[in-house]
Ligand binder design. Structure first.
Ligand code: SF4
Length: 497
């Protein structure tokens, strides 16, 4: 039985039906995968350390485990077959399109995955025949089907499906708010060996060393789930979309990495939240906002990935062709405080929350014109919870509008005013969010108006953004904005902004 590096749970798919007496388990650390990207150090450590701890757990449970380091996944399987001549190899359905093709080509028998609450075949049935699919419709279908936050009469708890209006509060002013941080564990010998192996392989050359924030075992992930539900969840909702200099996590769960490599399963996470809500300790806007992230957004992204692959990954509707700027990759400092804050958080923790990803980094990439595939790859390599299935729809669809509106009805473009509304970044910045021309003009604001003007014909009939597009036509200084936008793009590309 072959267990892939993002399927680290004894209750998952094929492994749930296995026993030590009947199955030998194969796990492969692939050197070509490890060297395929410039992985963030903590990201590379997280995956490899979690795999090795899982190997130990399986052995403790009595399984014979063939844990290999091979040039590639395929190579590891070939070596395993050569050594053990198994009658058959079985695996849980993988989480990537390419891995699925590879497993099929290798004749591996596949067992349906339960890593998501809605299998992609069921998602395709749900989506079938619909002229346009919407996350909100899918989410309500999931709520009804799964029963989370539903009354016995079949109505949504709190009388509404959506509490977003209560969950978009700006950051608390004054900087005195204390956010409860995630748990941390002490690193041990296994962690040190993983880091030494990464150094030997020349992997994980960017990003700070792990500091124990990210658990690398199921036990650690479960402890973090309970820490979040018991202490942090009640505060999750109101400031879900806020960004502050003083905290990289605010009241976010930071559980996504565990869900994405199998250390936690979505059902147990949602059950814990439902239980806390039923016990009366969690307000509905926090419980609903969190359940929406897990059974709504996360599962929707999973479903559309499989619905639209493989063509989806080459979408580039806006014809963007620039590289990820040096200010993102850490190759150059920047005076844009919002970017400094996000990249500083990324370097320290391999993590930014969704609004930092969407409205700062993704937004600037789209306004600048970064190649969407390059942006996807960069995010996939640097975020602790990265995977192709999650990054493609979020980057190609949500943040870069590279799919021409399949995911989002309008591009998530914003100038400095929006970032100022949702963060405390602008007050410490040398640029002026209100200015769009001149040496002090906020690069976001300049590029925002330039973006609307450049794509005028494409968006002027889009009801959700037409008003702003028309406003760009009326700017008295539009020519100046465009001149400055060229300069901003040059300096972003050169790493001198
Ligand atoms: Fe970012 Fe502009 Fe605000 Fe500076 S002024 S923090 S560049 S949005």
């Amino acid at each position: 039985m072959w267990v892939l590096g993002d399927q680290l749970n004894p209750e998952l798919g094929a492994l749930a039906g296995a026993s030590p007496g009947t199955h030998r388990v194969l796990l492969v650390e692939s050197l070509s995968k490890l060297t395929s990207k410039r992985w963030h150090r903590q990201r590379a450590h997280f995956v490899i350390a979690s795999m090795r701890r899982f190997v130990d757990e399986l052995r403790d449970a009595g399984f014979e485990v063939d844990h290999r380091r091979a040039h590639s996944l395929r190579g590891g399987l070939a070596e395993h077959r050569l050594e053990f001549s198994p009658d058959s190899v079985v695996a849980t359905e993988p989480a990537s399109w390419d891995a699925l093709q590879m497993l099929r080509a290798e004749g591996v028998e596949l067992v349906q995955s339960n890593q998501f609450l809605c299998h992609y075949d069921d998602f395709a049935i749900w989506a079938g025949g619909k002229k346009r699919i919407k996350m909100e419709d899918f989410y309500r279908w999931q709520r009804q089907r799964l029963g989370y936050l539903m009354t016995p009469g079949g109505e949504p708890e709190g009388g509404r499906w959506n509490f977003d209006d209560e969950n978009r509060e700006p950051p608390p002013r004054g900087g005195s708010k204390v956010w409860i941080g995630p748990q941390r564990s002490r690193l041990d010998g296994l962690d040190q060996r993983v880091l030494a192996d990464l150094d030997d392989a020349g992997v994980g050359t960017w990003g700070d060393d792990p500091d124990g924030t990210w658990a690398t075992s199921r036990r650690g992930a479960l402890a973090r789930l309970h820490h979040f539900v018991d202490l942090v969840l009640p505060e999750f909702g109101p400031h879900e979309d806020a960004m502050v200099e003083s905290s990289w996590h605010l009241a976010h769960s930071v559980l996504s990495p565990y869900l994405n490599i199998g250390l936690l399963l979505p059902g147990e996470v949602c059950d814990a939240v439902q239980e806390a809500y039923d016990a009366g300790g969690v307000p509905i806007n926090s419980a609903e906002g969190f359940i929406r992230q897990v059974i709504g957004w996360r599962e929707y992204v999973w479903g559309v990935y499989w619905l639209w692959m493989p063509d989806y990954r080459s979408k580039n509707e806006l014809g963007a062709d620039r590289s990820v700027p040096p200010a993102f990759t850490g190759e150059a400092p920047t005076e844009m405080n919002c970017v400094t804050q996000c990249i500083g958080g990324l370097k320290a923790h391999a993590y930014n929350h969704h609004i930092q990803r969407l409205m700062v980094l993704g937004n600037l990439a789209m306004l600048h014109g970064v190649d969407p595939q390059e942006m996807t790859d960069w995010m996939w390599a640097n975020f602790i919870d990265g995977a192709e299935w999650v990054m493609l729809p979020n980057v190609i669809g949500m943040s870069q509008w590279a799919d021409g509106g399949m995911m989002a009805t309008k591009p998530y473009a914003a100038g400095g005013n929006y970032i100022d509304k949702m963060s405390d970044y602008c007050r410490g910045c040398r640029f002026d969010r209100k200015q769009r021309t001149g040496a002090d003009a906020c690069p976001f604001t300049t590029l925002y108006w330039d973006f609307l003007a450049r794509h005028h014909d494409r968006f002027v009939k889009n009801a959700r953004i037409a008003r702003q597009v028309r406003a760009s036509e009326r700017l008295a200084d539009l020519d100046e904005v465009r001149v400055r936008a060229v300069r901003v793009r040059e300096r972003l590309a050169a790493g001198t902004l």
